[in-house]
Write a protein that binds this ligand. Sequence first.
Ligand code: NAG
Ligand code: NAG
Ligand code: NAG
Ligand code: NAG
Length: 430
Amino acid sequence: MRNLLGSSILLLSCALSLAIPTEPPSGLRIPLTKRRSLVDEDGVISSDALQNEVNILTMKLHRGLEAFERNTGYLHPKDNIENGKRAKGADPLKEIQDGSLWQGDVFVGTPPRRFTVDFDTGSSDLLLPGEDCTVDCQGHKRYKPSKSRTAVDLNKNFTISFGDGSTVQGNQFLDTVTIAGLTAECQTLGSATQYSLGFAKSEFPPDGLMGLAFPSVSVFPSSPFFQTLISQGKTTKPEFSVKLSQEGSELFLGGTDEKLGTGVTAFSNVTDVAFWQVNMDSVDVNGTVAVQGLSAIIDTGTTLIIGDPTTVAQFYAAIPGSKNASESVGNGHFTVPCDTIPEVSLTFGGISFSIPPDEFNRGRVSKESLDCIGGISAKNLGDFWVIGDLFLQTVLTTFDVGNLRVGFAQLAPTTAETDLRDSMLLSQTN
Ligand SMILES: *[C@@H]1O[C@H](CO)[C@@H](O)[C@H](O)[C@H]1NC(C)=O
Ligand SMILES: *[C@@H]1O[C@H](CO)[C@@H](O)[C@H](O)[C@H]1NC(C)=O
Ligand SMILES: *[C@@H]1O[C@H](CO)[C@@H](O)[C@H](O)[C@H]1NC(C)=O
Ligand SMILES: *[C@@H]1O[C@H](CO)[C@@H](O)[C@H](O)[C@H]1NC(C)=O
């Protein structure tokens, strides 16, 4: 992996503080907040919003796969580039309000300045709008290296190209980055001089992006924030957990917030250390296997579940009355009858986790339609499915960097105590 450790050479100019914390904190919570859904007040799906999400996801995976090839010198094993072209998000993004992302706070620089970021397990870089950003940065808070005593200019550009031809460009810096009291020093971050429409405030409410995947898909390339925390001995456990739920969400760094889960945790080993990619045993419809033997990328940065077109068509074939809605709604989407939404479940490590029917239903095609968009769509991104928060909001997810595995547990019922905590967190974030 040439270059991956490039930034460590520069540590000379980025002084690591020698003060070693006496006892590293054993896990810290970051409350996450979520913006809108993809349906309007009549429960009708916005096909533009849906299509934008597909495009944003496509672009993100595309640049991750490209970075993987550049960083490692070989193709990602599940990349489908040999079967044709690597999928591109060829459609320009439509302007819509408020992307549906989970966001939380990060503090950058000395003195620390607060930014909001989308915590994204589907990418690996930390990206913020820079003070000299001139394109699509309006309304976002800017990173000002000149105001940070710990900022080090790496004199290194970065360019993130999107399939629609737009690019995010900027310069790389090292700086101190803190989340909920856990501080990574000399963390590489990209200070954008140019954002793209996908990051414009109206589309993307947080200021920046915090990637939580592995170094091999880093575009910079450099050590991702959580990997830096581990290498600097800042976490008691090289693991984080995520709960994404409308009634109280959190990212927990340095372990798993066990009390949010219940029952057995189903662990699956990461098969390709790039994205958080694991084997998915099957996708079931009302308890009967519809497709099996799949590979899944676990991605907090998308609301969607997207699979390759062949297995997604196979999945919908198990649902009577389902239709390919490529013409009516957009390429890759399917409908199911609104009055007989099945219980869809995903099986990992031998345990099935179901998606409640009212979550699987993404919304009516139109106000009077009897057809509803199903929560699984098709796109030829590679030989894998991408599992976003449509599924992740039904489970407690452990991202275990130390053992290279992902764990899922059922969510514990919320108690009065957690309700109280959530309302306290809510009042803090407002
Ligand atoms: C960064 O990009 C600009 C314009 O694309 C170029 O002029 C400059 O030389 C680049 N700097 C580095 C350090 O690569
Ligand atoms: C997962 O990886 C661990 C450690 O490499 C190994 O011991 C275990 O057998 C693996 N589990 C499966 C199901 O492959
Ligand atoms: C859905 O139908 C379109 C044609 O309308 C076709 O191109 C596409 O391959 C179909 N999708 C799947 C996943 O079968
Ligand atoms: C699944 O169960 C629901 C609720 O009982 C029912 O309406 C639906 O027809 C079933 N679908 C399939 C494919 O079995």
